[in-house]
Design a protein around this ligand. Structure first.
Ligand SMILES: [Zn+2]
Ligand SMILES: [Zn+2]
Ligand SMILES: [Zn+2]
Length: 165
């Protein structure tokens, strides 16, 4: 499971790209060079990246790349479940296990900016049963939980503006 402390991020990135290739093959979709490049850039780290940063990086590689190209690639990757959008950051992060879950939960570190994806079936069950009691039809559940990751709180045990306990 990738986290902010992954031992070798190069492996995370390569695995994610291979998973995406296999996913597209299976569903008859095409991971075009632009789509692949955007996905590779998103997987540069476990820190969610904003669309305009991706546009900068893409146009630095190829001056012909237009913002619309990047947005189209993002739409494709989102639709395929290969990336997630973190609404609170307006940024994108790679999905390490596309199409294995409908609901995700992110632990977002406010110190280093990494987002760790969790998919606890217990949380999903709690939310589904709560919604059922309220006769509420769920379409999408994304929980974004802010805090400090293990690496960060072990090295610097306070969050800005908050005392250590
Ligand atoms: Zn990694
Ligand atoms: Zn995911
Ligand atoms: Zn951190």
């Amino acid at each position: 499971m990738p986290s902010s402390q992954c031992a070798n991020h190069h492996i995370c990135q390569e695995t994610a790209l291979a998973t995406a290739e296999a996913h597209c093959d299976k569903f008859g979709e095409r991971l075009t060079p632009n789509r692949r490049d955007v996905l590779r850039l998103i997987w540069q780290s476990h820190r969610p990246i904003k669309a305009y940063d991706l546009i900068d990086l893409m146009s630095a590689q190829d001056a012909k790349v237009k913002p619309a190209t990047v947005y189209r690639a993002l739409d494709f990757l989102l639709a395929q479940g290969l990336i997630h959008k973190i609404d609170s950051l307006s940024a994108f992060t790679g999905c390490s296990h596309p199409n294995q879950h409908d609901d995700c939960y992110f632990l977002i570190c406010q110190s280093c900016g990494t987002a760790q994806e969790c998919c606890s079936p217990l949380l999903a069950e709690a939310i589904t049963s709560e919604a059922r009691q309220q006769d509420f039809k769920l379409t999408r559940t994304v929980l974004e939980i802010a805090g400090q990751c293990a690496t960060c709180h072990q090295t610097a045990p306070t969050i800005a503006g908050q005392e250590a306990r």
